[in-house]
Design a protein around this ligand. Sequence first.
Ligand SMILES: [Zn+2]
Length: 121
Amino acid sequence: MNNKDKLPEFRVILERVVEDEEAYPTGDDTPHYEYQGRRTKLGGRPDWMQGNDFACPSCPHCGKDATFVAQIDSVEHDWDSNPHRIDSLSNEQKWMFGDVGMIYAFFCFDCLEPVAVFECG
Ligand SMILES: [Zn+2]
């Protein structure tokens, strides 16, 4: 059994984001690395890391655009502002998708079909 078979468990506390706010700051005045590891969120729009040209996936059954549901960050990113950081040289990081990548989950509400995509940081 390799150490990726079961990830350490985190409790997720949901807090509705009010209109005109973001789950975390994404403006140009925020360094991109400041929130890495803490960008997990539900709903809104996906925060693509490789630019805005990455198209939302379509449903494999009906072909319509799937609805964005969630993004799951590399929770253990080794950065001072991240409370869940783990030393990147320790070989103890498990919540690390590639190089601080993100998993994006989508859903087709007509076909009840999930779709997930990944981007590397
Ligand atoms: Zn569909």
